[in-house]
Design a protein around this ligand. Structure first.
Ligand SMILES: [Zn+2]
Length: 111
């Protein structure tokens, strides 16, 4: 018996997975789930909402999930940043914008 990884690729997968994809794809994956995904990186952080009346920040401990994804219909990958506990809002960036953000974070966190 072989593992899932050694099974033939599903018929809907026209091209091999990108090198960064860690997902096992199955023949019966729902069309919306036909997504290449890198292993996620989890970053602890503080997420704040601004109170509309007082304009004070209301901080809350959270965890950010950072992951490269590419649905079969996407011509290029997206870099996804999202709260693991909240699927409502997601930050999606092209690889180029993600590099700009990485540079900005680096610059802003220098001594
Ligand atoms: Zn894949």
């Amino acid at each position: 018996m072989g593992s899932l990884r050694q099974s033939p690729p599903p018929s809907w997968l026209d091209e091999p997975c990108p090198s960064w994809c860690a997902r096992v794809h199955a023949e019966d994956d729902h069309p919306e789930d036909r997504i290449h995904r890198a292993p996620p990186v989890f970053v602890p952080g503080v997420l704040a909402q601004v109170d509309p009346d007082t304009l004070e920040r209301v901080p809350e401990a959270g965890t950010l999930l950072v992951q490269r994804t590419q649905h079969l219909s996407d011509p290029t990958p997206w870099i996804l940043v999202t709260e693991t506990e909240d699927v409502g809002r997601q930050l999606l960036m092209s690889e180029q914008v993600a590099r700009q953000l990485a540079d900005a974070l680096h610059d802003q966190s220098q001594e």
